[in-house]
Design a protein around this ligand. Structure first.
Ligand code: PLP
Length: 440
């Protein structure tokens, strides 16, 4: 077992100060903003988070995938400070600033899309998705959008309509936006092949919606909230073909998968397929609210002037941070690092799977990895309570882990890619102890 060097637990978890603030949260904050952890953050650095009681944890949640370059990376902090001292807001569409175009140019160089590429920036991932649909609708003059079972695209009306997890996201919150159609996503573990899913997509044009009325197909190259399910190459290629055949805009939602998480800068690169539009958010600005749509210029130029916008269409402080993030990713070789730590984590997960039948599946790309917990490997019956017990046992050992999956029974890795080897070893040791405590 690794000698503990980073994790330091000084009080019971949660400690007294976290509990006290937790009581104030219960009184002052709306209940649906349900807390995953009972600890309260004080400071973060790299892959570690320290709470208000002085306990230090290794953070495998990374702000739900927003911290690929780590908590408070000094270069990102410096860039954001410097910009904050200059100005913090104008509304780009009222008085533009150079940072915006610099970021658009740098991202255009990165996207796996041939030909002229343009960008538009927003704040949250949900806005990127909603605006991607606007671009696609304006370009095609069509209303319908196709999304997949298990998808997660956000929580505002259109993106929530595209999202496919009923509890807790959708139940009781309708009616949803019209002209959204749902088809299966391949899931090897649950017996849905790429061919099955492509056949269902083709069938839907006969049974459900006319292909010539579909503006966009929105796809996560690796489903995030849906359980870290990787879209097979042949599936992504098949969706591209369908889009080409029917003049449909292919939107890759890379909000969770982008910025090196999967061992490529964008996850869609694993398939060799060019999408038409890419949605980005989360790790783009290391946790400062920034999102964007990047894509083919002719599609991005389709809405009328003023048809896309808002007071906050690319905050300059967040964009200064985003430019620093791009430098850090390159300077520190974090895309490659994602593969290296991914191999270490996957090997460990596969060893756990050998040992414990409750680990039904191990999957993902690069460092975007998850284990799926089941009551019985023969039936693959989801074991959500077991997954929650493991994350709770990990918390008590100083490791922050979160679940995902439509059944809530997967435990995922969204660790900052800057994690040191020794920290990674220590974190995996804590995870293994948690599994031993729950599954033995
Ligand atoms: N798209 C994907 C793939 C996501 O994972 C998320 C959030 O988890 C979103 C969209 C929505 O992003 P946001 O929560 O920033 O609105």
């Amino acid at each position: 077992m690794a000698v503990t060097r980073t994790i330091e637990l000084k009080t019971e978890i949660p400690g007294p100060r976290s509990r006290e603030i937790g009581e104030r949260i219960a009184r002052a904050v709306a209940k649906p903003l349900a807390l995953t952890f009972p600890i309260v953050a004080e400071s973060g650095r790299g892959a570690t988070l320290t709470d208000v009681d002085g306990n230090t944890f290794i953070d495998f949640t990374g702000g739900v995938g927003s911290l690929n370059v780590g908590h408070s990376h000094p270069d990102v902090v410096a860039a954001a400070h410097e910009q904050l001292d200059r100005f913090s807001h104008t509304d780009f569409t009222i008085v533009p600033y150079e940072l915006y175009v610099a970021l658009a140019e740098r991202l255009a160089e990165r996207v796996p899309i041939g030909g002229p590429v343009k960008a538009a920036f927003f704040n949250a991932g949900t806005e990127a998705v909603e605006n991607a649909v606007k671009f696609a609708r304006a370009y095609t003059g069509r209303p319908a959008v196709i999304a997949f079972e298990g998808a997660f695209h956000g929580r505002t009306l259109l993106s929530l309509s595209l999202t496919s997890k009923v509890h807790p996201y959708k139940a009781g919150l309708g009616p949803f936006a019209p002209e959204v159609y749902r088809v299966p996503f391949p899931n090897a573990y649950r017996g849905i092949s790429a061919a099955d899913a492509l056949a269902a997509l083709e069938r839907t044009f006969t049974t459900t919606v006319a292909a010539e009325t579909v503006a966009a197909i929105v796809l996560e190259p690796v489903q995030g909230e849906g359980g870290f399910i990787v879209a097979p190459r042949e599936f992504v290629a098949g969706v591209r073909k369908v889009c080409d055949k029917h003049g449909i805009v292919f939107v890759a939602d890379e909000v969770q998968t982008g910025f090196g998480r999967t061992g490529r800068f964008f996850a869609i690169e694993h398939s060799g397929v060019e999408p038409d539009l890419i949605c980005v958010a989360k790790s783009i600005a290391n946790g400062l609210p920034l999102s964007g749509v990047l894509g083919k210029a002719e599609i991005m130029d389709a809405p009328v002037a003023g048809g896309v916008g808002g007071t906050y269409v690319g905050n300059p402080v967040a964009q200064a941070a985003a430019l620093a993030v791009l430098d850090v990713i390159d300077d520190e070789g974090l895309v490659e690092r994602s593969n290296t730590i991914g191999e270490i984590i996957r090997a460990r997960m596969l060893a756990w799977q050998e040992r414990w039948p409750a680990i039904g599946d191990v999957r993902g790309l690069g460092s975007m990895l998850a284990i799926e917990l089941v009551a019985d490997p023969a039936t693959a019956k989801p074991a959500k309570a077991l997954a929650n017990r493991v994350t709770e046992a990990a918390l008590q050992r100083g490791l922050l882990l979160i679940t995902c999956g439509v059944y809530g029974n997967c435990i995922r890795v969204l660790v900052p890619l800057v994690i040191a080897d020794a920290e990674l070893e220590e974190a995996l040791g804590a995870w293994e102890e948690a599994l031993e405590a729950v599954l033995a």
